[in-house]
Write a protein of this length. Structure first.
Length: 276
């Protein structure tokens, strides 16, 4: 009974984190604690991580563990180097140019990933059982999950940047504007948990179709109304001002692309400024 209850509450907990996290991050960015700008949102991890560690020490029962079950330390190290190399290389390369350092970092990450895969085939207690990858259901679900959540997370990032740089919202205002999406995650998680036994894989198709319809609706809304209103806040954005000074007015979609993917926008204390 307790196990069933915990499984039912898990989606709710994740959904609440999805709702509260961006709003709290927006509040911290607006507060600009210690003049850290956007970096202050990482304080959430320190506070919650410290609280979770203290609660674990006090509440979790003592456990001697299973001696024959170990942790693949070498595989964990390869995986850590892989993540660090790829993330650092992509971030530094897109922000500061593709010099030798980011290219070497990405190369190191790829080599470390190859070593990680090889280690998983030889380790006595691998982090990932290679036999799982032979299961088509597991592999296809893993690939679909990676692609889906990458696309959704990327869309939310683009919307957040567009709200702030294009519409002139504060970080907190942008977070509150996206909170219905997070609230929908809460409700959908609870509903999906109850529908898994009835619909099975069909539920995945339903979720993909609903997501596609919502994304298409959003795209049509941007095409038709843009930033809306007669006093278009988009026209006060850095991209629009630069375009006017250069005598090359841009459409809203092109401006959105420049606001979100251009690596050349300089920043000061976490806020964008014009480079014109």
């Amino acid at each position: 009974m307790a196990s069933t209850t915990s499984k039912a509450l898990a989606p709710l907990g994740k959904g609440l984190c999805a709702v509260g996290g961006p709003i709290l991050a927006g509040f911290l960015i607006d507060a600009d604690l210690f003049s850290l700008g956007w970096r202050s949102m990482f304080l959430i991890n320190l506070v919650l991580g410290g609280a979770a560690l203290a609660a674990a020490v006090k509440l979790l029962p003592k456990d001697t563990g299973t001696p024959e079950t170990g942790v693949d330390g070498l595989g964990s190290g390869f995986l850590a180097v892989t993540m660090l190399g790829l993330l650092y290389g992509l971030i530094d390369g897109s922000g500061n140019g593709w010099t030798v350092v980011p290219i070497l970092a990405i190369a190191l990450g790829l080599v470390s990933f190859v070593l990680f895969c090889r280690r998983q085939r030889t380790a006595s207690a691998p982090l990932i059982q290679p036999s799982l990858l032979k299961n088509k259901g597991f592999t296809s679900g893993l690939i679909l999950g990676i692609v889906f959540f990458a696309v959704v997370a990327g869309l939310l990032y683009v919307l957040s940047v567009f709200m702030q740089n294009g519409l002139g919202y504060t970080p907190l205002h942008a977070a509150l504007g996206l909170s219905p999406v997070a609230a929908g995650i809460v409700l959908a998680s609870i509903a999906a948990y109850r529908l898994i036994a009835k619909l099975g894989r069909t539920l995945i198709l339903v979720g993909l179709v609903v997501t596609l319809i919502g994304t298409g609706w959003l795209f049509a809304l941007v095409l038709v109304t843009g930033s809306a209103g007669s006093a278009d806040p988009t026209r006060s954005s850095p991209a629009w001002r630069c375009a006017r000074r250069r005598g090359k007015p841009r459409g809203r979609l092109r401006e959105l692309n420049e606001l979100t993917v251009s690596p050349g926008w300089p920043r000061r204390r976490g806020r964008p400024r014009s480079s014109c």
